[in-house]
Each structure stands twice: as C-alpha cells, then as structure tokens.
Design a protein around this ligand. Sequence first.
Ligand code: MF3
Ligand code: CO
Length: 249
Amino acid sequence: MIVLKTTRELSLMKEACVIAAGALKAAGEAVEPGVSTAEIDRIALDFIKKSGAIPTFKGYNGYPAAACVSINDEVIHGIPNKKRIIRAGDIVSIDVGATFNGYVGDNAATFAAGDISPEAQRLCDVTRESLYEGIKAAVAGGRIGDIGSTIQRYCEERGFSVVRDFTGHGVGKQMHEDPSVPNFGTPGRGVRLLPGMTIAIEPMINQGGAGIRQLPDGWTIKTRDGSLSAHFEHTVAITTNGPVILTKI
Ligand code: MF3
Ligand code: CO
C-alpha cells in the first residue's frame, strides 16, 4: 500500500531527513585513512542522538549499527567493525537513517579516502549523477519505470552496471514502504507517481558485472566479480512543484 503524505506530514518528515543528511555529512567528513568503520558509525550515531532522533537501522531485522559502511567491492550493508580500517585509495559507502517526528529519513553516499584512482572517481561521479538524473524523472504523472530506466541508461551508457537484487523504496513512517523503486526499468511502466509520494532513490552501481553475493555475516553484500561499487541515496518527495530532495541540508 502506498501512503501519500500531506504537506504538513512532509514538513514533519523533512526534519527527519535533515537529521539523516547531517549524520551522513558528519560521517562522510570523518572518512580518511586509518579510521575504522566503527568510528564512522559512532559519528553517525552521535549526530542522530544529539539531534533527538532514533537511529532507524539499529535493530532493523537485527541489524547491529546506526550506519552501513561498505568499502570498495562491498556494495551495501557493510557492518561497522573497530578492526576494519579504512585505507588510502578506498571508496567508502555510508548509508544512514534517522527517525524523528515518527518519520524516517534515509540517505547514502560514497566518499573517497585519500587519493583514489581515476576509475574509482569516475564510478562515484557517475553513480551520484545517475541519482540526480533519476530524481529529475520523479515527477507526478510519470511512472516508477521512468526513474529506473533513466538511472540504468545513464550508468550503462558509461560502462557501468546496475545491481538488480536491491532497489530503492517508498519511505515514510516505515523505512520500507511501497512502492519498490528499481534502478532499472522501462519508461512509462510501473506504478504511477503521485503528489505526496515519498521514495528513497538509491542507485547501487558496479564497475564490473551486476552480480552480487552476500557474505556469511548475513548482511554484507559484495560484487560477485570483486569490482568496485558505489551507492548514493536521497529521500525524495513527489509534489505538484516537482521532485523535492528531503535529505538535502
Ligand atoms: N538504507 C537501507 C535501505 O535503503 C537500509 C539499511 S538496512 C539496515 O534499504 F538493516 F541496515 F537497516
Ligand atoms: Co534506502
């Protein structure tokens, strides 16, 4: 069931999204060689707590942390660990959610640790740009397939592949609401986009093949071929005035 939000509800949700964005910014600024992924999580958690919000991910299906921190060939859902140290040249994807006013804000970005290769930089740039292209396609009267097909085309034209096994999602009082928001698809197909819909658009883009595998920890998703992967996510409201990025500070 898709839950449409009123303007009043969107302004309550905006506050949750701004906190999630602040947590992501603070965590991202801490990415540098020598820092552990647990320290990144701690910074995100501290920001959420001092904002009076709840770390959405903690306890979600048993997830143990406030943030997911995924390095290089880890696509998503990397579990923070004090023994996992970020090294120069790594790309570090951070995904963090905050619950405030009863609403969830969900966002992610990939950050560079020290100097990274031109190939890694290109992957991050294209993934970020594909998110903004997808957001532009999130207009009332359009369809979910307009978003995914835009992201897919943008990334595949540039030689990258779209992870199929995970998608974006509706977001509101729950972190995961209907509809599913794939990063691939066909223009004009899928659920109709309506004012008041709030969705998390989150391209997960691989340098090599689209295949993934899950590690025995039950969470971490890696590329099957060991190639790099990047991930950017915003929570977006569809309005009569066009898409509004709620997780923008
Ligand atoms: N932000 C992720 C998503 O968009 C959720 C993280 S899974 C969790 O679906 F278990 F860590 F919460
Ligand atoms: Co999400």
